[in-house]
Design a protein around this ligand. Structure first.
Ligand SMILES: [Zn+2]
Ligand SMILES: [Zn+2]
Length: 95
């Protein structure tokens, strides 16, 4: 897809993971790990979502520590291409 910065997949930041389904890199805007689907679209198949969330969980656990981050799949910046951020939990989110 032309003019989609997630399809472009420019390696401007550190890449943590890549495979045939997705890649995970530090988000340029947020400086947190972000998983990006390799296909351009909003709703990946269920097995792809499970896979991507599992891969993001590995990176999130490594960067922030187990249970110290949450998955944010609200796509504010680029709503037309599936991606999700791993963000550090704020103190009020912890039990
Ligand atoms: Zn795209
Ligand atoms: Zn971001």
């Amino acid at each position: 897809m032309a003019n989609c910065e997630l399809c472009e997949a420019a390696r401007l930041t550190e890449w943590y993971h890549e495979d045939d389904t997705c890649w995970i890199a530090e988000c340029e805007a947020c400086s947190v790990p972000m998983v990006v689907w390799r296909d351009h679209g909003v709703v990946p198949p269920d097995d792809a979502v499970v896979h991507m969330q599992a891969e993001l969980a590995k990176v999130g656990d490594r960067i922030f520590g187990h249970d110290d981050w949450f998955l944010d799949d609200n796509m504010r910046q680029i709503p037309e291409h599936y991606h999700a951020h791993a963000r550090k939990k704020l103190p009020w989110m912890k039990k």
